[in-house]
Write a protein that binds this ligand. Structure first.
Ligand code: HSE
Length: 307
């Protein structure tokens, strides 16, 4: 096999209570990527369609992630990468992660899988470092492993795939404004009061437990963020209203997707998830900012091979 075509899934990081540690993969939103084995060593980004992003390998998240992998393996060939972007950078649904994870996944396949998907997380994180200045793993982990993931630790890296309840669906509204992850990180406080931390880790534990036991009410009760959301939500027009209307429409919970501006909700069943999408649209129609709505089941596979 000399060429592979991939669906590189969009992801929701943080999932309210789990800043930098929790993430999930979406099923029907993502980029496409072609990775090709070539005689010339190294990594060349030959084409990017859909977004204006750097082709220079060291300036491109896919290029940097690919080089991190190739530094750990003795490959007698090189790779070309074509990226077809559907996920806008600065959208909050893991644009840089889709490219970083896609590149390492594709190269690993073409090399005959010297690494496990867990191993690939470390390489893909280098793309995230280029994109935001921090090698966070909460988007690349679900992109590579699928489902929900928990990044228990980054040093050393310890990523756990979490059970996904069968009837869980995500609804995402993506307002067409850009929020850079680096900016959204800069406004955060560096310390947290103990009483706030107590509420937060109660919710993280509750969410993990709710996912494993498929306890939808517990999942809903645990989708609370006392640390990041109160600060970042000011960057997102009508955030409080979108959240309130989503809950009224039947969502289990809602919050900021990654570093925003996208807002996500989780629901039990497709019908409710669609109603939540309508409720989100109704709010944004009044705001007057263009938006996209995505309704997706949770993608338990992660990146998919198209051919
Ligand atoms: N955990 C990261 C953040 C995710 O919220 O900054 C960015 O998509």
């Amino acid at each position: 096999m000399n060429e592979i075509k991939l669906f590189c899934t969009a992801t929701i990081a943080n999932v309210s209570c789990g800043f930098d540690v929790l993430g999930l993969a979406l099923d029907n939103v993502g980029d496409e990527m072609i990775v090709r084995k070539v005689a010339k060593k190294g990594v060349t980004i030959t084409k990017i369609v859909g977004q204006d992003l750097p082709l220079e390998t060291h300036e491109n998240v896919a290029g940097v992630a690919a080089l991190a992998l190739l530094a750990k393996v003795d490959a007698d060939c090189g790779f070309e990468i074509e990226i077809y972007k559907n996920i806008k950078p600065g959208s909050g649904i893991g644009s840089s992660a889709a490219s970083s994870a896609g590149a390492v996944f594709g190269i690993n396949e073409l090399l005959g899988k010297p690494f496990s998907n867990h191993d690939l997380v470390e390489f893909a994180m280098q793309g995230e470092r280029l994109a935001s200045g921090v090698a966070h793993a909460d988007n690349v982990a679900p992109a590579l492993l699928g489902g929900f993931t928990l990044v228990r630790s980054t040093e050393p890296l310890d990523v756990i795939k979490i059970h996904t309840p069968k009837e869980l669906y995500a609804t995402v509204i993506h307002p067409q404004i850009e929020v850079k992850t680096s900016d959204a990180r800069e406004i955060l406080r560096s310390s947290v009061a103990l009483k706030t931390a107590i509420k937060q880790w109660g919710n993280v534990g509750g969410l993990i437990s709710g996912l494993y036991t498929e306890d939808y009410d517990l999942i809903g009760r645990s989708l609370e963020d006392h640390i990041v959301e109160p600060i970042r939500s000011i960057l997102i027009p009508a955030f409080d209203n979108v959240k309130a209307e989503s809950l009224k429409a039947g969502a289990l919970g809602a919050g900021i997707s990654g570093s925003g501006p996208s807002i996500f909700a989780l629901s039990k069943g497709l019908e409710i998830a669609k109603k939540v999408g309508e409720a989100m649209s109704a709010v944004y129609d009044k705001v007057g900012i263009e938006y996209d709505i995505h309704v997706s089941k949770i993608n338990t596979e992660g990146i998919k091979i198209i051919k």
